[in-house]
Ligand binder design. Structure first.
Ligand code: FE2
Ligand code: FE2
Length: 491
């Protein structure tokens, strides 16, 4: 077996600077996970260092290596050449570097596509290679790397689910698709066996780790408002702000987020108005949604419509109906009904909210409107999770709250949702979708913390100072920002 120094030197010679840097980072992270999971750190480091050793060879060179050792390249790699360097890399690690342990060698061999029943070293290398910080979407990748520290299988499921999503776009061949499906089915089965509380389709807490779930529960305990006929209703109070010299927090009263107010009773309306000092309601829904389930108007409380994305309900329905449900195979339907299908749906919704000019314009109008409001402001969409969630995230960001708190607040919708899943289906039925579409829509009922984190990352990387975001994107002036902060933060 070659020494550490020999491996390091060999890899440095074989790879370009960029790929060498990638390799070093993959190896660092692989050692962190190996340590957590009680895996031989030296062997893990060596596999990570060698995983791309054949990456910059051309096909001919790779075939020559295979020939030299009497190895037959698999059909999978012939169909999908980007996988070939993994197979040849494993061969080189064995024959030229003297590694014998199959579980470790297979980590190299399967690092591109994964496979069912992976060993722990295989999962570690797969995850570290895919989450390496210079990959696209660093916020999402660091989220997934953090998740891997407590749950390798859950993290693997996310990645395999992403491959399922990409396979349509990239036109993968049948054998590749088959491999990805097999791995997904296997992991999902394992999850069912190992997790007692396996979430049903449409259950919303399924995508949270235990730590995230507990933190979200704390938010619910502190911020819930007891108004039975409004789903998912809570204040944004109690989060710590990083503004000013002394510690300030978001006021208990001031900002309320919720689902629609169509079922609000007269008593509850009065309670909301009196208890929280409500003076303004902002409805983020589209005109079509409002027509189906109009809010109960509260006397003496202003009501403003601010549709965030006109095509919003269109995005969801099209995505699930046209592209998938109608033409989906049984297997694809199974995926759609698993909570993992929500990740791409929810991500694409948030991406458009964080980037769409019109949406950002509407956010700006809302901020400028509420900074001058006297009393408490309630804002809502249909379920109070996505549009309301993104607005809440931006509000808390400009108020100086930490990303962690912002995500905890966002995740709290998962807990409200669990209690409301059935009600929500009733609500969706009002839209008169077909049964298939309804089931598909139900499967989007969940929080996807990595999606909100991705959106926040977009803001923080472009506007590291919160005022910069408030000024340049939301169009607020200094006085309005001051008003906004003073209105919603404690002294
Ligand atoms: Fe690779
Ligand atoms: Fe790699």
């Amino acid at each position: 077996m070659k020494s550490r120094e020999e491996i390091f030197a060999a890899v440095k010679v074989a790879l370009s600077k960029k790929r060498f840097d990638h390799t070093i980072m993959v190896a660092e992270n692989a050692v962190i996970l190996a340590d957590l999971y009680g895996i031989d750190k030296k062997a893990m480091w060596a596999m990570a260092m060698l995983h791309d050793i054949a990456k910059e060879m051309d096909s001919e060179e790779m075939f020559a290596v295979a020939d030299k050792y009497g190895y037959t390249i698999s059909k999978l790699s012939l169909d999908f050449v980007p996988n070939m360097h993994a197979e040849v890399g494993a061969l080189i690690a064995e024959k030229e570097f003297g590694f014998k342990d199959r579980d470790f060698l297979n980590a190299i061999k399967y690092h591109v596509l994964g496979r069912p029943a992976m060993s722990v070293p295989e999962k570690i290398l797969f995850i570290c290679d895919h989450t390496e910080p210079s990959r696209p979407n660093p916020a999402r990748m660091s989220y997934l790397f953090e998740m891997a520290k407590t749950d390798l299988d859950e993290t693997m499921l996310r990645f395999i689910s992403m491959l399922l999503e990409y396979q349509n776009k990239r036109g993968y061949s049948l054998s590749i698709r088959e491999r990805i499906w097999e791995t997904f089915d296997y992991l999902l089965d394992e999850r069912r066996k190992n997790k007692q509380n396996f979430p049903k389709a449409g259950s919303s807490a399924g995508l949270l780790t235990d730590v995230e779930f507990d933190a979200a529960l704390e938010v619910i305990r502190r911020n819930r408002i007891s108004v039975k006929s409004v789903q998912n209703i809570r204040t944004l109070g109690g989060f710590i702000s990083n503004y000013g010299k002394c510690r300030r927090t978001v006021k208990t009263k001031g900002l309320v987020r919720s689902a629609d107010l169509s079922r609000l009773t007269e008593e509850e309306a009065l309670y909301l108005k009196e208890e929280s000092g409500l003076t303004l309601i902002i409805d983020l829904r589209t005109p079509a949604e409002i027509a189906k389930a109009p809010d109960r108007k509260i006397p003496g409380v202003d009501y403003v419509k601010a549709p965030l994305i006109q095509a919003y309900s269109g995005i969801r329905a099209d995505y699930l109906t046209e592209r998938y449900i109608k033409s989906a195979s049984e297997r694809e339907k199974a995926w759609l009904l698993s909570e993992y299908a929500r990740i791409p749906v929810v991500r694409s919704m948030y991406q458009s909210m964080f980037t769409d000019k019109e949406a950002l314009n509407t956010f700006g109008q809302i901020f400028r409107l509420i900074q001058s409001e006297e009393g408490t402001v309630l804002f809502h969409c249909t379920s109070g999770k996505d549009r309301t969630g993104v607005l809440s995230a931006m509000l808390l960001y400009v108020l100086g709250c930490d990303e962690k708190d912002i995500i905890n607040d966002y995740n709290a919708s998962a807990i409200s949702f669990n209690a409301m899943s059935e009600n929500h289906m009733e609500l969706l039925k009002r839209y008169e979708y077909e049964e298939d579409v309804l089931i598909g829509l139900q499967s989007t009922l969940s929080v996807v913390p990595e999606a909100i984190r991705e959106g926040l990352d977009r803001i923080t990387s472009r506007y590291p100072a919160r005022e910069m975001f408030a000024m340049e994107v939301l169009g607020m002036n200094e006085e309005e920002i001051d008003n906004f902060q003073n209105k919603f933060l404690t002294e």
